[in-house]
Design a protein around this ligand. Structure first.
Ligand SMILES: [Zn+2]
Length: 64
């Protein structure tokens, strides 16, 4: 049974780097979510709920 994970945003608390991740359902990329910040290498990452506009963007990303 596939697990639908909602869109989320990853924020680096160290340098302020952010990345938006589209909802992952039928096609999942396990290595898509980094454990370290690609900019500063910090593990101090936080997952947050995207706001409405960001959810729209995430849906566009999903369709691509
Ligand atoms: Zn960082």
């Amino acid at each position: 049974m596939p697990i639908q994970s909602p869109a989320f945003k990853l924020i680096c608390r160290s340098c302020g780097w952010t990345k938006l991740f589209p909802p992952m359902g039928d096609v999942r990329f396990p290595c898509q979510v980094p454990q370290h910040c690609p900019t500063c290498g910090s593990e101090n990452l936080k997952q947050v709920q995207p706001n409405f506009a960001e959810k729209m963007i995430a849906n566009v990303l999903k369709k691509r």
